[in-house]
Design a protein around this ligand. Structure first.
Ligand SMILES: [Zn+2]
Ligand SMILES: [Zn+2]
Length: 243
């Protein structure tokens, strides 16, 4: 969970290469002829939910809130939602799991160390915002190094604990979903009960070694950008590599 500074996000959007690549709107980018990433900003804490579309398959990454809005957007694509992937188990990334699963029978994927957050209203922090929200349980438990196929795209699971114990990033050839581990100019909070600051910096170091300069990074909140841009503006990455 993170508050987003809209002023900086607007500024970054203008310079985002993904924006230049955009075929349909500022929230959509064609990765290649067969694959597309669409961002849908959902809920009061402005979570980035992403549709990854490839070869008539759609994965919904982090359906934080507004399940109907996500389903409507997905219905404009010629494909079927087959997977729901949660980068971690916080409420602002899982709330609409149930709505989407009920409508599509998609399978829910989450790392083993965050799986219990799905059905645990205090662990997933929903009680913090005065609500009691439970997702459907996980269908597929993932671990570091697993590969999730969505159409022609292969998403490699990278375990990046720190914000939560079971946080993951999803790495494809030219892009990565980084959840609340890495934002454009910041990182996810490490002051929650499940957080660990030391682990967070280890995870950032690990991630930094896996991303290339031209990887498009799609974070869980705020603007996206090329990893080279992010390295320039994000002070936490240099802190992690100096560590
Ligand atoms: Zn979070
Ligand atoms: Zn979040």
């Amino acid at each position: 969970m993170k508050e987003v500074n809209t002023e900086t996000t607007e500024k970054h959007r203008k310079h985002s290469p993904a924006h230049i690549l955009s075929a349909f709107s500022a929230d959509s980018a064609v990765i290649n002829i067969m694959s597309q990433v669409i961002r849908i900003v959902v809920g009061e804490i402005a979570t980035n939910c992403y549709l990854l579309y490839s070869n008539e398959e759609i994965a919904v990454i982090d359906p934080g809130f507004e399940g109907i809005k996500i389903l409507e957007k997905a219905s404009t694509l010629e494909g079927k939602i087959t997977r729901i992937i949660n980068t971690h188990g916080h409420i602002d990334h899982i709330s609409a799991n149930k709505t989407i699963k009920q409508a599509t029978d998609a399978k829910i994927y989450i790392h083993k160390d965050d799986a219990d957050l799905l059905t645990h209203a205090s662990k997933n922090l929903s009680l913090l915002i005065g609500e009691f929200i439970q997702s459907s349980p996980a269908d597929v438990i993932v671990n570091d190094g697993d590969v999730i196929k969505v159409g022609q795209v292969e998403l490699k699971v990278v375990h990046t604990p720190g914000h939560t114990k079971g946080g993951i990033c999803l790495l494809a050839d030219k892009f990565a979903f980084t959840g609340d581990t890495l934002f454009f100019d910041s990182i996810g909070r490490t002051d929650f009960p499940d957080s660990d600051e030391k682990m967070m910096f280890e995870s950032l170091k690990k991630l930094q070694n896996m991303l290339t300069d031209d990887t498009i990074v799609y974070p869980g909140h705020g603007e996206w950008g090329n990893f080279s841009e992010i390295k320039r503006v994000n002070p936490f990455l240099s802190m992690a590599s100096e560590d």
